[in-house]
Design a binder for this molecule. Structure first.
Ligand code: BYC
Length: 472
């Protein structure tokens, strides 16, 4: 097990003290990160103590410790999963060669771009969520928000470490730029679309954790296959923390659905708004929005970038090493759902250029599993409604469907039909205003806002009514 030396300024398991140049670069970046955190991190709670977990080792058993701390005192550090002795590149043109401990010169630009794109999402999500604390539905939820936020901060550190350690001056410039861009800023926006959207309320937040963080899971899993070993090891450890973010999203939406169903049963009505709940139709519209902007994060269905990332050995498929094929895919094909005039068809495309779509398929299957659990809750209450994922062509801004209007059930439709129906399919201003009207803080331990059910258990064996954040 690789313990982390907490006496160092930057906790790490990468022998930072032996690399003075890198240590100095990171020590110079650290105060600027903290400045960014104070400006753009959770608004109004920097001096409050929260019951947070901190990574203290990369050991599968007991890698984290839980304690009260103020967020600016969180020990953001650099942790890489243990090296796998003799690891070889698992796919692409370099398959079977030893994994690279350093950046291969010819792929420097591409690799830097991938790392910067990944890194950019992490601070973006913290910026998007910075005002949510003020309207938390409970101390339990507030604590989970802060946990996710500090860990996104750590994931930024993880990418900055790679940039500073392996990309020299360009890397340091990119590290700086990661603190300069701002979510939603017209002049210096974050790189990917979904990270410039607003997260103004907790329904949006839980949808974001379910759909958008899940893109993170799939992208990180693909980068964890990378032939560039430091990236692979970094992403493998990030995935350990990411699991909690998925949990927050799935249980967050699940608890809202649960509460809605309770209110529907109690009042024998679909219209639970007047009883302070969020109706299933509104929840469906939020699903449609967050799912579609997250589907865009996988890029175009047919992408030469994706083929190049793979052939170069930089980004693999989800669970690449478990797949029983040649891991080069030069002859293989893959069925891709595409727009063909005013029809949607499935065509066999070369597998290499279809890798974004393949990852999107893995992602959709994972989303369906969560959705099924929400639907089981609805069914258990004897309610005859099913939540559904929108068709992958619905409301897309990237890829072939960006050119068309597609209904949630997968019909190519006219602009006129789109305009007439869009209010049924995507959150309206009234929906947003209604959801916003429910956002009133509940901060008494063990109490929950009326629109969300309590969780089935607390964090780290603590009771649900534990004081997860000390606001006093
Ligand atoms: N918005 O061939 P294309 C996470 C750009 S989330 C704006 O279609 P490609 C997290 C693309 O960059 C995971 N631009 O796609 C979650 C390219 O531009 P350039 C983040 C977009 O390149 C929650 C052009 O369009 N990690 O961790 O095959 C909280 C043509 O690209 C978008 C990664 O994304 C978009 N949606 O794939 C916290 C992994 N989509 O290069 C954290 C690293 C595409 O021509 N990134 N474009 O200027 C990648 O693997 C790839 O860059 C993408 C795009 C999968 C994003």
């Amino acid at each position: 097990m690789a313990g982390i030396d907490y006496t160092e300024r930057i906790p790490n398991n990468v022998n930072l003290s032996e690399n003075r140049r890198l240590q100095r670069a990171l020590e110079e970046w650290q105060p600027r990160f903290l400045e960014w955190w104070k400006d753009m991190g959770p608004d109004g709670f920097q001096a409050k103590e929260a019951y947070l977990r901190t990574a203290v080792s990369v050991d599968a058993q007991g890698w984290a410790k839980f304690d009260y701390l103020r967020m600016p005192e969180y020990r953001w550090g650099i942790f890489l999963a243990e090296p796998e002795p003799g690891r070889v590149i698992g796919f692409g043109d370099h398959k079977g060669k030893p994994a690279w401990p350093d950046v291969p010169g010819e792929y420097r630009g591409v690799l830097r771009r991938l790392i910067v794109t990944q890194g950019d999402t992490e601070p973006a999500s913290v910026e998007q969520q910075r005002h949510l604390g003020r309207t938390c539905p409970s101390l339990y939820d507030l604590r989970n928000l802060f946990q996710v936020n500090v860990e996104e901060g750590r994931h930024l550190w993880a990418m900055v470490y790679l940039l500073d350690a392996h990309f020299g001056r360009d890397g340091r410039e990119e590290s700086e730029a990661l603190l300069q861009r701002r979510s939603g800023d017209r002049d210096k926006p974050r790189i990917l679309g979904a990270f410039n959207e607003r997260t103004p309320d907790w329904l949006s937040y839980y949808m974001f954790c379910f759909f958008t963080d899940r893109d993170g899971k799939y992208q990180l899993a693909s980068l964890a296959e990378s032939g560039f070993d430091p990236l692979s090891r970094t992403c493998r450890f990030m995935l350990t923390e990411e699991a909690h973010h998925m949990f927050v999203g799935e249980t967050g939406v699940g608890r809202i659905v649960q509460r809605t169903c309770e209110l529907m049963r109690e009042h024998k009505s679909d219209d639970v708004r007047k009883f302070g709940g969020i109706d299933l139709a509104t929840i469906q519209r939020y699903i449609n929005f967050h799912c579609s902007v997250s589907l865009d994060l996988f890029g175009s269905e047919v992408s030469t970038n994706a083929a190049n990332f793979y052939t170069m050995g930089l980004k693999g498929r989800f669970e690449e090493t478990k797949k029983p094929d040649d891991h080069q895919l030069k002859e293989a094909t893959y069925p891709v759902v595409e727009l063909d005039g005013d029809r949607i068809t499935t065509r066999e495309e070369p597998a290499l250029v279809s890798l974004n779509e393949r990852l999107r398929d893995d992602y959709v299957a994972d989303c369906v599993r969560g959705l099924t659990r929400w639907n089981e809750t609805i069914k258990r209450h004897g309610i005859d409604v099913e939540l559904a994922l929108p068709h992958r062509g619905f409301h897309r801004a990237i890829g072939s469907f960006a050119e068309a209007k597609v209904s949630p059930d997968g019909r190519v439709i006219s602009e006129a039909e789109w305009d007439a129906r869009r209010r049924d399919w995507l959150p309206t201003e009234e929906d947003q205003a209604f959801v916003q009207s429910l956002m009133r803080p509940v901060v008494e331990p063990g109490k929950f806002a009326c629109w969300i059910a309590p969780p089935s258990r607390g964090i780290n064996g603590k009771p649900v009514d534990f004081e997860y954040v000390r606001l006093g």
